[in-house]
Ligand binder design. Sequence first.
Ligand SMILES: [Zn+2]
Length: 246
Amino acid sequence: MPVAEETDLEAIFDQALRAVVKKEPLPPIEVRFYPYAGLSSTIRLRRGRIYVRLSDILCESPPEILHALACILVAKLYRLKPSKEHERAYKQYTLLPEIVEASESTRRTRGYKITTSPRGKVYDLEELFSDLNHRYFAGRLERPDLSWSQKRTRRILGHHDHIHGAIVVSRTLDDTRIPRFVVEYVLYHEMLHVAHPPRVVSGRTIYHSRQFRSDERRFERFDEVLKWMERLASPVRRKSKKSRRR
Ligand SMILES: [Zn+2]
């Protein structure tokens, strides 16, 4: 279990923001651990909010190291010079054998995942996302990381990782035989997960609330798409399709 909970992290970043940037009002800040390959961290300002992602290798780091890193990142965002002390503290920490080892190991095992592009052979998830965002969300949905799965998966066509803010769509759908609106629908469903974060109600996590389900039906070709979903989920393709199988 991570020692630093994400709420503590936000407090650390909030403090760093106050210490480094001395003008009000300070933007709200959201901080998440992310399974980067290697020891990366990113910070960006978007629509008045700061979004930070820290390598999950750092999830058990002592608070003073997280504080140093927070100050370095905030300084970077505001184009200020980070303090030498913070730089030294963080650098030293990253040279500890267990951190170096953890970093190398994530590079080996995750490296390929992170470079996955939203652009498939047939469909570009980023393009589909912007289009859907305009059509159904008034352009207001924050774009998560979009990627195609490594493998073709017929059972699970899409997945939204709430913790890491990522949507993964099955490579099975990146195919000229799959109509665009089917891919759109799978992505739309995952986008609804972004719009309706999971809620815990009497100990149970609700992922598909009533509001979620009713929004789902707003999809333009909902009935048609459901037939496609059934076909895609059935393990045996119809015989007439056999000749087209690879
Ligand atoms: Zn779902």
